[in-house]
Design a protein. Structure first.
Length: 272
């Protein structure tokens, strides 16, 4: 959206006590996860601050990732940016999601009909990631694109994911917060389940950003894919909570039903 709220991510989960868990690999992926939209360049000191790893460890990791093409070093700035190998992975992953092809026209139609921004997303660690985005006439106030990551707890999309996923998966995610954040996460999950039961969707009215309203509905796409969510939102001067719940909610539910039906038929189609 037009204004972005700075967010402090929750602490990373502790490495499981598992002899098959490769700590060095996990740390390397943690380094890659530090790069965010709007912040293409990071130095070792910034990466160390974000990961909590010693700077000497970060230096070895960034050197290795650079040699492998996952990072690119900019000598003039003394910083790193994501390398082309990351792009190749991302394109391979997105290219394998047939659901995006199925969802795109449905999202576009809903966005135009409701004068809002409509997105398909799923969970990426402790945040939600946009897999596909469509815009109605709210486009002037939106700067979220495919690949953007938003809050799991304060967004309608994140809350709908919590309400949709299996209880054991939800419990595992909630365990990754600690202290006051754990209490908040548990309260958000309880509220999400209540909203799903009472309204048939989850809501975020000024919670993610004070001038943004949104609703979202999750579903199980099957085919080995994780739970996914379709959300619909816009600046509050364009869409009120009443408009979203009364006018948009049934259309959102219809889109999700069509997605589930289409994916079900695709899953039953014989292999060519």
């Amino acid at each position: 959206m037009s204004r972005r709220r700075a967010a402090t991510p929750p602490p990373e989960a502790e490495a499981p006590q598992d002899r098959h868990f490769v700590t060095a690999l996990a740390r390397g992926l943690q380094v890659l996860g530090c790069f965010r939209q709007g912040e293409p360049l990071l130095g070792n000191q910034e990466i160390a601050a974000r990961t909590g790893l010693p700077k000497s460890t970060v230096s070895r990791l960034t050197h290795t990732l650079t040699e492998l093409g996952y990072l690119h070093y900019v000598p003039d700035l003394g910083r790193y940016r994501l390398g082309m190998a990351v792009l190749s992975l991302g394109r391979a992953m997105l290219g394998g999601l047939d659901i995006r092809r199925v969802a795109r026209p449905l999202l576009e139609q809903l966005a135009v009909e409701t004068h809002s921004v409509v997105a398909l997303g799923t969970r990426d660690r402790m945040r939600m990631v946009y897999l596909e985005v469509a815009r109605g006439n709210a486009a002037i106030a939106v700067n979220l694109e495919t690949g953007s990551r938003i809050s799991l707890l304060s967004s309608a999309m994140g809350r709908a994911w919590l309400a949709t996923c299996a209880p054991e998966m939800r419990a595992a995610v909630l365990r990754q917060w600690a202290g006051a954040q754990a209490e908040r996460a548990a309260a958000v999950a309880e509220r999400a389940l209540a909203e799903q039961r009472d309204y048939g969707c989850c809501c975020s009215f000024g919670d993610w950003q004070p001038d943004v309203n949104a609703i979202a509905l999750g579903f199980d796409p099957g085919g080995g894919l994780p739970p996914m969510v379709v959300n619909c939102g816009a600046p509050s001067f364009l869409v009120s909570p009443e408009y979203l719940l009364q006018e948009v909610r049934p259309r959102l539910a219809a889109v999700v039903r069509r997605l589930e039906h289409s994916l079900g038929l695709a899953g039953m189609a014989p292999a060519s």
